[in-house]
Design a protein around this ligand. Structure first.
Ligand SMILES: [Zn+2]
Length: 369
């Protein structure tokens, strides 16, 4: 195990407070917890127990999960996308490919360092090869930022797969993943996606991802269609369970996009089976509005499944960067969390969801691939 990077220092905090920062984000940070000023003191916030030898694998090193106990971890963002667009993918007719701003390292350093000041300690980049994630670029970014970066990868959805995937076996895809997980220092597998109708190749890739999870211990998170698809989520979990994977070690993604289910019946069913629930499109302009997303999160918490909730933003929109007047990668703490608080979610539950749940999801005891 190698020591990870230091969290934002007291000196940085003092600089910030003394610098008269005029951002409205200061309020959000003050309310829900800044790294130097945890929301709840350690003596009143229950300690999270991790298995012996459990680590969180960042791109720069394996860190003890306790190192991420004073700030939020965002489990599904996009810190590298279309960098470059994969050769087999047609570029969009108008404009730049989604997320191509991530290739601007100086811009990304500023965005992430500002996000650290909003109380974020760790971000998982859920890229994948077919989305054009550049693992080398993520390493360079991590070396220059205050935020811990976890690389997640794999393959996204069938329309974007490399042309050789139809001819590869499940076992060959698993071997490819294990090779890349080692060379690129993956700390998770994801986002592994399926379409509205699960394509046979998507089933093959998801099964391969489960094999990699079983062999390496790496946590796994999925993508369900942004249209909102209850059946897709259930079918993914069926496949995952059929492979002998413990649902408590995986996360079903994009569940904030589920429509017509304000009491979150789907989410409760998935949580009852053990899975983490990825509310990972919150706090910015994507899919449906936050009011519905808050309603579903609250319904899950009221049903007693708060330990299953994970928040993130799936952020990839250039127009919402901090540089462009948006919340950037801070949309969870700056935009969504105040809405949860307004809806009555207590502070200790918010801390658990932001800080403890993602550490429990990401922490694993490495096994030989
Ligand atoms: Zn996705």
């Amino acid at each position: 195990m190698t020591p990870g990077k230091m969290l934002p220092t007291r000196r940085r905090a003092l600089q910030l407070l003394g610098g008269g920062v005029a951002s409205g984000l200061l309020d959000a940070r003050d309310v829900w917890g800044f790294p130097e000023k945890p929301l709840l003191q350690d003596e009143v916030r229950p300690k999270v127990a991790f298995p012996d030898g459990a680590i969180i694998r960042t791109v720069l090193g394996d860190v003890d999960p306790s190192m991420l106990s004073h700030g939020a971890t965002l489990f599904h963002e996009h810190l590298s996308l279309s960098d470059p667009l994969p050769a087999w993918v047609d570029p969009p007719e108008n404009g730049r490919p989604l997320g191509s701003f991530t290739a601007d390292l100086d811009l990304m350093v500023d965005e992430l360092n500002a996000t650290a000041q909003d109380g974020v300690s760790c971000i998982v980049s859920g890229g994948t090869r077919d989305l054009g994630q550049n693992a080398g670029g993520l390493r360079m970014l991590a070396e220059r930022t205050d935020v811990h970066i976890v690389v997640a990868s794999g393959l996204w959805t069938q329309p974007r797969y490399p042309p050789d995937i139809p001819d590869k076996t499940e076992e060959e895809i698993a071997a490819d993943f294990i090779r890349d997980a080692s060379s690129e220092r993956w700390g998770a597998i994801g986002e592994i996606g399926t379409s509205l109708v699960m394509h046979p190749d998507e089933r093959k890739v998801l099964r391969a991802a489960c094999k990699v999870h079983l062999r390496t211990g790496l946590p796994l998170f999925t993508h369900t269609p942004h249209e909102g698809c209850r059946q897709c989520a259930l079918e993914q979990l069926d496949v995952i369970e059929s492979m002998g994977v413990n649902p408590r070690l995986i996360c079903i993604g994009h569940l904030a996009d589920i429509t017509g289910d304000p009491s979150a019946e789907l989410h409760k069913e998935l949580a009852a089976r053990g899975a983490f629930l990825g509310f990972d499109t919150v706090g910015h302009q994507i899919t449906q509005g936050d009011a519905l997303k808050v309603e579903m999160v609250v319904a899950v918490i009221e049903a007693g499944y708060e330990d299953h909730v994970l928040l993130s933003a799936d952020f990839a929109r250039e127009e919402e960067l901090k540089a462009n007047g948006g919340a950037g990668y801070s949309s969870v703490p700056a935009i969504f969390v105040p809405k949860l608080r307004y809806a009555g979610v207590p502070d200790h539950v918010i801390s658990k969801i932001l800080i403890d749940n993602p550490r429990r999801f990401l922490a694993f005891t490495p096994k030989e691939g």
